[in-house]
Design a protein around this ligand. Structure first.
Ligand SMILES: [Mg+2]
Ligand SMILES: [Zn+2]
Length: 187
């Protein structure tokens, strides 16, 4: 049986956008994130992080730190009674022109190979227009959150792009509440 997923951007969506997280002290969970994830999980969604992390390819810090950051994020969520099901990471430098750096949909394709995901009922939540483009490129609904880069992206980047968020939410909690309403209305 296939299950729906919510694909989640990491920086600016789950934790504060700090620029590169080149030290664990820069990982700060955003408010109400655990509650939002619990709501989605309780309604049967798989929770999958899809994140661009080019810092190591730029020589700024080791790859290992990205894994450690994800582990710390997971640990903090577990303390609040919820966990992410999996993390898919693009480590490429933008110049490498890989097929997984968002807005390309490669990370989501990797998740589809690993899990039986019902794409038609899945969503992607992120704070950048490239997240919304990623959703569009794989054919799912993209929700823009106004945390992280969200407000500026909505004001300055969105008008220049053809792609439109399916919904704009003030934060992850509002995005999760919208998804629950949206998916149970549709039938
Ligand atoms: Mg982000
Ligand atoms: Zn990549």
């Amino acid at each position: 049986m296939k299950i729906p997923a919510v694909f989640l951007d990491r920086d600016g969506t789950l934790n504060e956008e700090m620029g590169y997280i080149n030290d664990l002290s820069r990982l700060k969970l955003l408010p109400n994130v655990a509650e939002a994830l619990k709501l989605l999980k309780n309604h049967g969604f798989k929770l999958i992080v899809v994140t661009n992390q080019s810092g190591p390819a730029r020589g700024y810090f080791p790859k290992e730190l990205v894994f450690k950051t994800n582990e710390l994020l997971q640990k903090r969520l577990k303390k609040r009674g919820i966990s992410i099901d999996d993390f898919f990471i693009c480590f490429h430098h933008p110049d490498e022109n890989c097929s997984c750096r968002k807005p390309k949909p490669g990370l989501i394709k990797q998740a589809l190979e690993k899990y039986p995901i019902e794409l038609k009922k899945s969503y992607l939540i992120g704070d950048k227009i490239i997240d919304i483009e990623t959703a569009q490129n794989i054919g799912i609904k993209g929700i823009l959150v106004l945390t992280g880069y969200g407000k500026g992206e909505l004001k300055y980047v969105a008008p220049k792009k053809k792609v439109k968020p399916y919904f704009v939410a003030k934060d992850l909690k509002e995005a999760a509440e919208f998804i629950i309403k949206d998916c149970f209305q549709e039938k």
